[in-house]
Design a protein around this ligand. Sequence first.
Ligand code: ADP
Ligand code: MG
Length: 312
Amino acid sequence: ATPTAVMVATGIGAQNGILIKGGDALERAHRIQCVVFDKTGTLTMGKPSVTHQTVKIFDKTPLAEFLTIVASAEAGSEHPMAKALVDYAHNHLVFPEPLRSGEMPRTRDLSWMREASEFENVPGEGVRCKIVGVSVLVGNRKLMRSAGVTVSDEVERYLQETENRAGTGILAAFNGSIVGVVGISDPLNPEAALVVEGLQRMGIRCVMVTGDNWGTARSVSRRVGIDEVFAEVLPAGKAEIIRNLQSDETKVAMVGDGVNDSPALAAADVGIAIGAGTDIAIEAADYVLIRNNLEDVITSIDLSRKAFARIR
Ligand code: ADP
Ligand code: MG
């Protein structure tokens, strides 16, 4: 490509909210044969919420007590799922009845919250702490397994039902026994399926990677048309997956938004940070998609293909 072609492509990119970090990055994008998508915040909206009728309690614990303890435990976590849980509990505990018209929401009333001690955040698994003398665990199967908490067949069946609907079931155990499951769902990005189809039509292989469990991962990947999936991946594992995909000379792009994604964005031949991604992701990336529109992944590769017309 001529310097003019590079300048034109970079300019068209900028007009469309696609920041390309230099001519090298633009050049590498036309060779991409495989695009790896992070699930959360990329193929999904990244805004998980607790949906109605998704709190399931397996013993006689009252709902308000269950939510108070679980949300008080999650209050110490920055994880989007923890925030969804705290918001849900807050709404339920402060406004058990729907607001009457004109009534002011008492949004700052956090008096329901209980203090947690010995709080510990377990990355990729959940949280543990003590609340009013109760040992509390809130997280996934891995968290329960490492604490020696048994997940009964009944609980496991319920988890799988949630996962088959593309949700994530968060387990809560008090004093070593499972008490309930909270279903969290993160809506699909409405563009995801079209973008995957478009890339596949361009001859590009699409892969999904996530820290979330296999059930939810498969359910999401099926909905967006991706066959190749890696789930239950720890943060460092994402970069390793990229390197494995590259080992047979395949040129790989990674699309992601989170803190967890920056090593993978850096390892990829082309790292693409999407949306209001974290600063660290934006720094590690070669492309930044400012409009938070997944279709810009296709536009990015198109721009590069046009600038570097495939003459070998
Ligand atoms: P990703 O960002 O790829 O979805 P994470 O590594 O952040 O993956 O989380 C993986 C899984 O660990 C989540 O799907 C959830 O099941 C569990 N998890 C992590 N943190 C928490 C938390 N604070 N509360 C409940 N579950 C959690
Ligand atoms: Mg993520």
